[in-house]
Design a protein around this ligand. Structure first.
Ligand SMILES: Cc1cc2nc3c(=O)[nH]c(=O)nc-3n(C[C@H](O)[C@H](O)[C@H](O)COP(=O)(O)O)c2cc1C
Length: 368
């Protein structure tokens, strides 16, 4: 371990070893990223689902306040799904909407699920291959260089990693297993984000048809440490200063906070989601589910996860697109039961304090 390279956080001028995770879908807005830097840590913009021009605008907005931040990208790794299987899932969603409307949720009766032939990533249908504007986002990063780029869902080609590094950025790859860590190390990235299955939101797994192995963060960190000398950032279920201390003692250079920041005023988390973290709508625990997006993700339990998790197939982004209108309508109606309430296992500790305060408090006495 003594030969492990550190210094990734120091190289960008961070003074505390705490990172604000990229969280797509709203939470990681520029305000959160700027607050993370002001606290001495590092924050990430989440490029996932965003249009390239909106990513460029957010990068420029953050750059007006700080040069110290990163951008996170979804690496194209779609999970195709057959028409019949998708149709079955659509019918289950329709059934849930009917049941939910009969239970008193008027909004659910108004939702019209899209026709499955219009969705991307459906086999034997004319859906386009979904790349989340990968090429265009690389061009945005070439035109607007940032010091850190993190990647999730898969490993890009060596050529694309080289393109990102040629912008001057250090590239970090999210890994969820020893095998992924070994491949990423061989691919020439600058650091690894070691993400355990306790993490909130989508798992970064490169093999999304298999639910990520339920392995404790410290165990995963130790297993990965033995196989790479890259700097490691640890993610998943970190809920207090002790959690940060333990990952640093286990050899991580940084601790990544996601769920712990979802209720902070700087984060753009949907208000219904924020409230659900404080007062969960169902059994007060999280569950790994493909019901909303077709990729394994950890969420608070609610009526939709209870009804659909057991039967939901894999299929990304088809399932994500299929449920988009439903989720939007649930949010507009302030109904947590139809929302993807992404949350890590440590959600109960999430507070509504300013992000900088949370990050400094979690850092405790640790400095870089
Ligand atoms: C709402 C939400 C959205 C997320 N979106 C992304 C994302 O866009 N890209 C990514 O690499 N990870 C994403 N993640 C995972 C986080 O980056 C991080 O690994 C995770 O939150 C750490 O676990 P914790 O939530 O238990 O702290 C998301 C997590 C949450 C809770």
């Amino acid at each position: 371990m003594s030969s492990r390279r550190t210094g990734l956080l120091a190289s960008v001028g961070a003074t505390i070893p705490v990172v604000a995770a990229p969280m797509a879908g709203g939470p990681s807005r520029p305000e959160l990223v700027v607050a993370a830097a002001a606290a001495g840590g590092v924050g990430f913009l989440a490029a996932g689902y965003k249009r390239p021009e909106d990513l460029a605008a957010q990068i420029q907005q953050v750059q007006q306040s700080t040069p110290r931040f990163g951008v996170n990208l979804f690496v194209p790794n779609p999970v195709p799904i057959g028409l019949e299987e998708l149709d079955r899932h659509r019918a289950e969603l329709q059934q849930w909407l009917g049941d939910h409307a009969r239970a008193g949720a008027g909004w659910a009766a108004e939702v019209e699920l899209p026709e499955i032939s219009s969705l991307a990533g459906v086999t034997s249908a004319p859906g386009e291959v979904w790349e989340d504007f990968w090429e265009q986002k690389l061009e945005v990063l070439e035109a607007n260089p940032v010091p850190l780029i993190s990647l999730t869902f898969g490993l890009p080609s060596a050529l694309d990693i080289a393109r990102m590094r040629a912008t001057g950025a250090k590239v970090l790859q999210t890994v969820t297993s020893v095998a992924e860590a070994v491949s990423a190390t061989g691919a020439g990235v600058d650091g690894l984000i070691v993400q355990a299955s306790s993490a909130g939101g989508h798992s970064g797994t490169w093999t999304p048809r298999d639910p990520p192995a339920e392995i404790d963060l410290l165990e995963l960190l130790q297993a990965v440490s033995g196989r790479t000398e890259l700097p490691l950032w640890a993610a998943g279920g970190i809920a207090d200063a002790e959690g940060v201390s333990s990952v640093l003692h286990a050899g991580a250079e940084g601790a990544v906070l996601g769920t712990a920041l979802l209720r902070c005023p700087e984060s753009g988390t949907h208000p219904v989601h924020q409230q659900a973290l404080a007062a969960p709508p169902g059994v007060s625990e999280t569950i790994m589910t493909t019901a909303f997006s077709g990729r394994p993700a950890r969420a608070l339990r609610n009526s939709l996860t209870e009804a659909l998790t057991a039967s939901a197939p894999s299929g990304f982004p088809a399932l994500h697109q299929l449920s988009a209108g439903l989720r939007r309508a649930a949010g507009a109606a302030s109904d947590p039961h139809g929302l993807n309430l992404w949350a890590g296992t440590g959600f109960a500790a999430a507070r509504s304090d300013p992000a900088g305060e949370v990050m400094r408090c979690f850092a405790g006495g640790h400095r870089i």
